[in-house]
Design a protein. Structure first.
Ligand code: ADP
Ligand code: MG
Length: 240
């Protein structure tokens, strides 16, 4: 089993621009995500969920500890390699939807086009992913701004998956879906993980989604606990 992502006792504090005050957003978190599994982290607003995803995406660098992708320390990547990692190795579903005024299919294909795939081929490649995520051909042709929030969310997930990443990082990807639709999307994501050997790390404020993942953790005040509420974070790597 390939270990795709590993957080090794990582901590991150934000420094306020005025004064000495610091916010400890991530506090000695250790965990890993293997190829082929969907791991969920749930916790209230402010728990540190988005910060964790940004650390995995090389948008933030931990103050302490290491973030490893397939065994390589992300801190060792130079700017070019980090950009390649973000472009090719990972797919990100963020909370703000960057959309252009055009069909859903073209919006979902934007990332692929950014990696040099021609427009027509990019649109053809995202169509089956959009279909699998529940957007039929009529919805795929519709302007993204004429889609419901839940449909836009499916479109953004398709974009994140379009380049066949090895790691999916998803920030509240079902926040605009009701519980039935959330379950449906998570079931599809889990299938994709199992089929493609994709590793997915998803964060949510909704604890009821925890049972739908292969494995779940709770994040509270930057500290990670496993689903059975046992502490899952470690002060030292050797204690794992
Ligand atoms: P979540 O995604 O679980 O809501 P975040 O990772 O966004 O949590 O935030 C964790 C903590 O860090 C919160 O206390 C938040 O206010 C703080 N925080 C997040 N981003 C910044 C920032 N850029 N500057 C200062 N504090 C921040
Ligand atoms: Mg957040």
């Amino acid at each position: 089993m390939t270990e795709t992502l590993r957080f090794e006792a990582i901590s991150l504090s934000y420094r306020m621009s005025h004064g000495e005050e610091q916010v400890v957003a991530v506090d000695r978190v250790s965990m890993s995500v293997d190829a082929g599994e969907l791991v969920m982290i749930y916790g209230p607003s402010g728990a540190g969920k988005s910060t964790l995803l940004n650390l995995a995406a090389t948008l933030l660098v931990p103050d302490r500890g290491r973030v490893l992708f397939e065994g390589r320390d992300l801190a060792d990547l130079d700017r070019g390699a980090a950009a390649d990692y973000r472009k090719h190795d990972i797919g990100c579903v963020t909370q703000n939807f960057m959309m252009m005024n055009g069909p859903a299919a073209e919006n979902a294909a934007l990332k692929l086009m950014g990696t040099g795939v021609r427009w027509r081929e990019a649109v053809a490649r995202v169509a089956p992913i959009l279909g699998r995520l529940g957007l039929d051909p009529e919805k795929q042709r519709r302007n993204a701004f004429d889609l419901s929030m839940g449909e836009r969310q499916r479109m953004m997930i398709a974009r994140a998956l379009s380049n066949d990443p090895r790691l999916l990082l998803a920030d509240e990807p079902t926040s605009h879906l009701d519980s039935r639709n959330s379950e449906e999307i998570l079931a599809v994501l889990r299938e994709l993980c199992h089929e493609r050997g994709l590793a997915a790390l998803m964060v949510t404020h909704d604890p009821s989604l925890a049972v739908l993942a292969d494995r779940s953790h709770e994040l509270r005040d930057g500290q990670l606990f496993d689903y059975a509420r046992e502490p899952a974070n470690a002060d030292a790597v050797s204690s794992e």
